[in-house]
Design a protein around this ligand. Structure first.
Ligand code: HEM
Length: 282
């Protein structure tokens, strides 16, 4: 844990936006199959991996994970899985930028399957409404509070224009006009590769994301819907008012995330490199 924390600390100090990348990598790993580091595997000539799916195009932070793995393999070969490294790195990154600490249960094994199409139904689209988000998260055992608190992960980082331009066109009634015109300007200047931050303090883990939802400055449809829907508005208001309560609920949610759909007897390996499955030993 000390090695992971040092390398994450160095990386996030050099580039504070990497905290967002590491947190998102862990979330996308957990939601596709289980927490098995499938998101870290590279595509092979015969098979396109999860990381090359459209929904994962902007994932980042892979080099930080590689560096941690290399260092750990030099220190204690064959012991720490990529799945655990990813969960610890996400936790430490959140902590580094002002978020809460939580325990990460270790011992999860690395999987051998990573297929791009597995992401299609597993990962939430930014155009889902609150009911659809509640249903999707519910299938993994999250309650409504978990889902809203975990969406607060968007207190960090950015989204690219294709993720939010439909909102600019169709959701004027739930979108602050000044915010809309600044987003429109960003996207018309920079095109699809331009990005905008989720909240004004995008490298600090705090409750500002929820305050901005109240001001109709949510970036994605799936963010703003949390304030617009009667099912979730109360939680947004609570998290906006009380950052400590958001932190508490977030740690509860992350605890469940690490255990997603885990079944007795799930097997796996300790990968030598996080990008490739181990060669069979026979
Ligand atoms: C509730 C459903 C969610 C949806 C629909 C969603 C969707 C998205 C989208 C579309 C992006 C931007 C992709 C791009 O345009 O490049 C994004 C970024 C991000 N998401 Fe989510 N997400 C969800 C939940 C979560 C959760 C649960 C977490 C973590 C706890 C999370 C953490 C992040 C972070 C940190 C970023 C910024 C990444 C960066 O700056 O590199 N998201 N998400």
């Amino acid at each position: 844990e000390y090695i992971v924390r040092n390398i994450v600390g160095e990386a996030v100090m050099g580039d504070p936006t990497l905290a967002a990348g590491l947190l998102r990598l862990h979330f996308h790993d957990c939601f596709v199959q289980v927490r098995d580091a499938s998101v870290l595997l590279d595509s092979t000539p015969g098979s396109k991996a999860e990381k090359d799916a459209l929904a994962n195009k902007s994932l980042r932070g892979f080099e930080v994970i590689d560096k941690i793995k290399d260092t750990l393999e030099a220190q204690c070969p064959g012991v720490v899985t990529c799945a655990d490294i990813l969960a610890l790195a996400a936790r430490d990154a959140v902590l580094m930028v002002g978020g809460p600490y939580y325990d990460v249960p270790q011992g999860r094994r690395d999987g051998r399957r990573s297929v791009d199409t597995d992401t299609l139904t597993a990962l939430p689209s930014p155009f889902l409404n609150a009911s659809a988000l509640i249903t999707l998260f519910g299938t993994h055992g999250f309650n409504v509070q978990d889902m809203v608190a975990l969406s607060g992960g968007h207190t960090l980082g950015v989204a690219h224009c294709p993720s939010f331009t439909p909102r600019l066109k169709f959701e004027a009634s739930t979108l602050d006009a000044g915010f809309a015109s600044s987003l429109a300007a960003t996207c018309s200047k920079g095109g699809d590769s331009a990005s905008a931050t989720f909240d004004r303090t995008s490298t600090a883990f705090d409750g500002v994301y929820f305050k901005e939802l109240q001001q109709r400055r949510g970036l994605l449809s799936s963010d703003q819907t949390l304030y617009e829907s009667p099912e979730t508005q109360r939680l947004v208001n609570m998290f906006a008012m009380n950052q400590g309560y958001f932190f508490y609920a977030f740690t509860q949610g992350m605890g469940k995330m690490g255990q997603i759909d885990l079944k007795e007897g799930d097997r796996g390996e300790v990968r030598k490199s996080c990008r490739v499955v181990n060669k069979p030993s026979w």
